[in-house]
Design a protein around this ligand. Structure first.
Ligand code: AMP
Length: 299
């Protein structure tokens, strides 16, 4: 089964205590697509400007990511500027420029089949809904979001939640969306809005997966050398969903495995700026880290 991913493809300016880098390849759909491509065929739906480098399109192709749905529009690529605090957990968004994402209404390429899984990676919930309605998906439907959209687009986000199999969001976002401080209560609220499975990301501490109640605590692979956490959440979701799309049947244990693979892939992303850490990962090094984590949680 293929996985269709809609989200941002961006150029980021990122500052951490390890340096200040400009024009890095980023965006929610970029991290998610590259991570998912470890396990399955990916169809990318997004938009970039004429400033987008051909070498980055080639990079998608190298990972067998289909770009029929990656529109190149007159104008500039989406831009995000962020600066991390010294704890490398918290960050400030310094600037967001939607650029070609303003009034982007993508056409769905013929390569996208409604039987495929669909991942609505972090982007405006109105755009996520537009894609949902156009694709009419019959596979697994997942979504990621962020504080900005919870603040300014809560209504369309709540409407979309009725249709979701899986929602990914971090602990602060879960509290913001639900108005509940306790994460068990927050997950319950989110499920009451129609989401079947809620995955609450807890940064370097892993994640929690709620099906009915709390069903799985996703272990993190702890990295000592974190350089840039940008895209960790997108990588986690993309890796998880790529793994699920590669399986014929989703059982509870497949779901758990998928979340562990997503978590391991994210540990590669944070070791370098942009997608460089992820590009350096291989089936072997990913497998080695999975074994380490299994040993760490066994008792
Ligand atoms: P993460 O660190 O997983 O939250 O992902 C950060 C990535 O999301 C960066 O590469 C940004 O380009 C992208 N991003 C930041 N803000 C937004 C937004 N409002 N909508 C979509 N993508 C965004």
């Amino acid at each position: 089964m293929a996985l269709t991913i809609i989200g941002s493809v961006a150029y980021d300016n990122v500052e951490t205590k390890f340096g200040k880098k400009k024009d890095l390849l980023g965006g929610s759909a970029t991290f998610a697509s590259v991570a998912a491509s470890f396990f399955t065929k990916v169809n990318l739906i997004s938009v970039v400007g004429t400033d987008f480098s051909k070498k980055h399109i080639d990079l998608f192709h190298k990972h067998k990511i289909n770009t029929d749905g990656l529109e190149v529009k007159d104008g500039k690529t989406f831009r995000w500027d962020g600066k991390y605090h010294d704890d490398l957990c918290h960050r400030d968004t310094l600037d967001v420029q939607l650029n070609v994402f303003n009034d982007f209404k993508p056409a769905i390429p013929t390569v996208v089949k409604k039987q495929d899984d669909l991942f609505l990676a972090n982007i405006d919930p109105d755009l996520q809904s537009h894609i949902f309605k156009s694709v009419k998906p019959e596979g697994l439907v997942s979504c990621d979001t962020m504080d900005l959209w919870i603040n300014i687009k809560k209504k369309p986000l709540l409407a979309l939640m009725k249709k979701l199999d899986i929602l990914f969001l971090n602990d602060e976002e879960a509290r913001m969306l639900s108005g509940e401080f306790n994460l068990l209560d927050a997950a319950k609220y989110i499920q009451s809005k129609g989401v079947k499975i809620v995955v609450i990301k807890k940064g370097e501490h892993g994640a929690l997966m709620f099906h009915e109640g709390l069903e799985f605590i996703v272990p993190p692979f702890l990295v000592s050398d974190v350089k840039d956490p940008t895209g960790a959440g997108d990588t986690f979701a993309g890796g998880t969903l790529g793994y699920l799309a590669s399986k014929k049947k989703i059982t509870n244990s497949v779901l758990r495995e998928a979340l562990v693979y997503g978590s391991i892939l994210a540990s590669f992303t944070v070791e370098k700026f942009s997608i460089d850490g992820l590009l350096g990962a291989s089936k072997k090094t990913v497998g080695d880290r999975v074994k380490v984590v299994c040993g760490q949680v066994e008792f």
